[in-house]
Design a protein around this ligand. Sequence first.
Ligand code: NAP
Length: 297
Amino acid sequence: MSDERRLVSQDITGRTRVAGVIGTPVRHSLSPTIFNAAFAASGLDWAYLAFEVPDGAAGLAMGGMRALGLEGLSVTMPHKGAVIAALDRLDPDAEALEAVNCVHREGSDLVGHNTDGPGFLDALRVDEGIDLGGLDVAVIGAGGAARAVIRALAGAGVRSVVVVNRSSEAAERAVALAPGVARTGPPEAVGEAGLVVNATPLGMGVVVGTDGSGEPLPLDPERLAAGQVVVDLIYHPAVTPLLKAARGRGLVAVNGLGMLIHQAAHAFRLWTNEEPPLEAMSAAALGGLLHRDQNPD
Ligand code: NAP
C-alpha cells in the first residue's frame, strides 16, 4: 500500500488530538511511526506529526504549540536546550540535565521533561531483567545521552559510575550530575565494570574509531571482561561493532532500541494517562528501521 493511500484511509476528524516532534533534520525520525502505532493500538483518536523546526526557532514552536493546542511534543536535536526558555516548568531530570526531550501540557502550562534516563532504566530492568542495584558501571561518552544515563544510574542505586570520555571537561560536567557515585576514569577502567554503556556515536558506521583500526569502536574490545553486560545506545545498525565484539566474547549485548521505545513510552503515559502498548511500539520501530534500510535517501 502506498503512503498516500495509508493517509487517505486514516480516520482523522475535527476531534483528533495532535502531538508531534520538533527537530532539524527530522524527516528520518522514527517517532511518528512509533507514536502513531501506539495511538492506533490503544484505540486513541490521536495523530503524531514531524515538524521541521529550524535551529533558533524552538521558542516560536512552543508558541505554536500553545496557539494550536497541541497535546504534546517530543523535542530532538538541536532544540533540547533552547526550548527550556519557552516553557513554564521543568521536571527534576530536565532541570538537572538542562535538556528537554518531551513537552507535556498541564492546563495552560507547558512542562519540560527528560525521559531518556527513565527510558534507559526500563530498557534494562523491564526488557532485560537486569538488577542495577550495587553495580559498577562504565559509561563511554559524556554528551546528552550519557548525561541522562549517568543521572538515571545514580538514582537507580548503582555502586559506581566511571565516565570515560574524549574530552575531560565534558566528562567532569557529566560526573557532577552524580556526586559521590560518578568519577572520571581512563579506558582501562572499563574492565572493572559489570555494565558497560556506549553513549558515543562510534558504531553508527560513519565515524572512525578511536582504536586506530578504522573500525567505529568506542573502546578496545580487549578491555571487555567476562560476565559483563554491554549496552550500546545506538539502535541502527542493530548490531554495532561493539555489540558484535561483546557477543563474540559470550557477553550479554543490548542495543539502544529498548531505550528509544521506553523513552517514548514515558511520553505516551504523560500525554495520554494510559499505559503504552509496548509491543506495538517495538514492532512499529523495527518495521520503520527496515523500511529505512530498504528506502535510503
Ligand atoms: P552528543 O551529545 O553529541 O555526545 C557525543 C559523545 O560522544 C561525546 O561525549 C563525544 O565526546 C563522544 N564522541 C563523539 N565522537 C567521538 C569520537 N570520534 N571519538 C570519541 N568520542 C566521541 O550525542 P548524544 O546525543 O549524547 O548521542 C550519543 C549516542 O547515543 C548517539 O549514537 C545517539 O544516536 C545515541 N542515542 C540513543 C538514544 C536512544 O534512545 N537509544 C537516545 C539518545 C542518544 P566529546 O565530549 O569529547 O565531544
